[in-house]
Design a protein around this ligand. Sequence first.
Ligand SMILES: NC(=O)c1ccc[n+]([C@@H]2O[C@H](COP(=O)([O-])OP(=O)(O)OC[C@H]3O[C@@H](n4cnc5c(N)ncnc54)[C@H](OP(=O)(O)O)[C@@H]3O)[C@@H](O)[C@H]2O)c1
Length: 249
Amino acid sequence: MIALVTGANRGLGRDTALALARRGAKVVVTHRGDAEGAAEVERAVKESGGDAFSSRLDISDVGSFQAFAAGLTRELQDRWGTGTFDVLVNNAGIGVFGALEHVTVEDFDALVGTNFRGTFFLIQALAPHLADSGRIVNVTTSLTRHVSPGTSVYAASKAAVEAMSRSLASELGARGIRINSIAPGPTATDFNGGAMRDDPDLRGTLAAQTALGRVGRPEEIGDAIAAVVSDDLRWLTAERIEVSGGALL
Ligand SMILES: NC(=O)c1ccc[n+]([C@@H]2O[C@H](COP(=O)([O-])OP(=O)(O)OC[C@H]3O[C@@H](n4cnc5c(N)ncnc54)[C@H](OP(=O)(O)O)[C@@H]3O)[C@@H](O)[C@H]2O)c1
């Protein structure tokens, strides 16, 4: 199995790359510009007995996707003797938060441009190179189900991805490709300035709103994504699976 994870240089993408590698996947670690972080993930994969290479990809730069796809297939062929891959994890994303009156057009365009537009056109560019019976996982958010003030555009950008995923499941199903959304709840990463990890008050509030009584750990999202792409869940497509420890039930 060959998996490509976007934004795999840190956070949930990093742990997803490692979780997939532990299950035997070869991993393409993409990063926006943090070559050092990506190289560290590549090293960790290799130390665990797997194989990986890293590649630069800015998901807001839709115009670069065709060249990226061409370079990817060349590199897959050179390294692993195949022009196709099996799993695409659309993890890269940004969070910009603010109340209605504070959201700027730039914030709006950045959120939609990265989280939705980037994800859609990357799937369009890479689908021809995804093996039949491949899997796509889009990382969304528990905020598409429950509400928190100041998250309207962020949540909408991810809700668009969930709607798109269901629709594409019917298009790509003819090739046996499964596509699902994983919707994490608050998880301790650098996201939102690291607030879920580093702000004890916020962490306590979020933990109290969660059935399992704490915020998530990045490896728990990585393991969930690895489970979704496994053959055990081969009949699962067009679903949104929330991985939030039971946030705001
Ligand atoms: N942590 C949470 O509580 C949480 C909850 C729900 C959903 N999520 C979602 O989970 C995903 C990963 O978040 P995280 O917690 O790992 O956050 P993070 O630590 O902030 O990491 C975000 C990742 O996305 C990458 N990225 C952002 N914009 C990009 C672009 N234009 N092109 C390529 N890569 C880009 C970042 O690259 P750089 O290192 O270059 O910035 C980084 O690798 C995001 O889609 C986020 O919306 C997170």
